[in-house]
Design a binder for this molecule. Structure first.
Ligand code: GUN
Length: 284
């Protein structure tokens, strides 16, 4: 079986072009503020990609880089000032934060209307209701759903297995799949016998951060595999969590790394930034 490669790069380009068209029609500017603490190299790459996508779409972006020594009180003051600033229509705090921060308290401070990452409890909570309430969904899960839609993959009734239970990928994608009537199993670091679960998956989504965690013997023939991992190897190469070379021989569809979910995340963040602005105008 030759797998169809789910081309996130191409689809992300299409989404960015669509957003650029809609941004032109906005009456007032859209402004995205990105708060980045410290200089984690992976975060730095993400932030640059977001800035680049803003430039291409006509969204004004501002990156606030703060030192590793910034305190919780200081970051909260920065968020408060961005909440009060009308030129800022969306904001994100780049994660991970240094260990001395308590992330839930930081995210809670963001005005939910400007929370374009969709990490605030208000936006996450709305997602529990139904897919009609996924107004600002986290970008990576939203990118996964959009990529599946593009290839005509309907998850209803599928056995979907998610590996990883983070607040930014594993948990929200599990809810979004449930909203679309998949039968969802969420596996994580405490799961006993991971392979027993993954082998049953019609749709396997992996967001762990461990190169080659998923090997060919753990995947059912004909499965659809979504690899969210982006691991930088010592030689500088970027690899996912799935042993692509061998697993792709037995799947029906698979995402590459790079060029799969990574670019979709950036595109969806940009789309959320537009959507937040549109919703602010509907209900100021
Ligand atoms: N770190 C890894 N992914 C993300 C993301 O989607 N948003 C933010 N803010 N930080 C991240």
């Amino acid at each position: 079986m030759t797998a169809v490669i789910l081309d996130g790069k191409a689809l992300s380009e299409k989404i960015i072009a669509e957003v650029a068209e809609k941004v032109k029609r906005q009456k007032s500017p859209i402004g995205l503020a990105v708060i980045m603490i410290g200089n984690d190299p992976a975060s730095d790459i993400y932030v640059r990609k977001k800035e680049e996508a803003c430039k291409r779409t006509g969204i004004r972006s501002r990156t606030i880089r703060l030192p590793e020594t910034t305190t919780q009180k200081e970051i909260i003051e920065v968020i408060d000032s961005l909440n009060a600033d009308d030129s800022v229509t969306g904001m994100i705090v780049q994660l991970p934060l240094p260990k001395h921060f308590y992330v839930p308290d930081v995210i809670r401070e963001i005005d939910p209307k400007k929370d374009v990452d969709g990490f605030h409890a208000y936006n996450l909570g709305k997602m529990f209701l139904s897919k009609e309430f996924e107004h600002l969904p986290p970008a990576t899960p939203a990118g996964i759903i959009r990529l599946l839609d593009e290839y005509g993959i309907n998850v209803e009734g599928m056995n979907a297995v998610v590996v990883g239970h983070s607040n930014i990928v594993g948990k929200p994608i599990s809810v979004m799949l449930l909203n679309r009537n998949a039968t969802v199993t969420t596996c994580h670091i405490y799961t006993k016998n991971l392979a027993e679960h993954t082998k049953k998956a019609d749709l396997l989504i992996v967001a762990v951060g461990k190169p080659k965690l998923i090997t060919r013997d753990m995947v059912k023939k004909g499965a659809i595999v979504i690899d969210v991992g982006t691991n930088r190897m010592p030689d500088g190469k970027l690899v996912g969590d799935v042993d692509f070379e061998n697993v792709s021989k037995i799947t029906s569809f698979i995402t590459p790394v790079p060029g799969g979910i990574g670019p979709m995340t950036v595109a969806k963040l940009i789309e959320n930034t537009l959507r937040a602005k549109e919703r602010q105008e509907e209900t100021p």
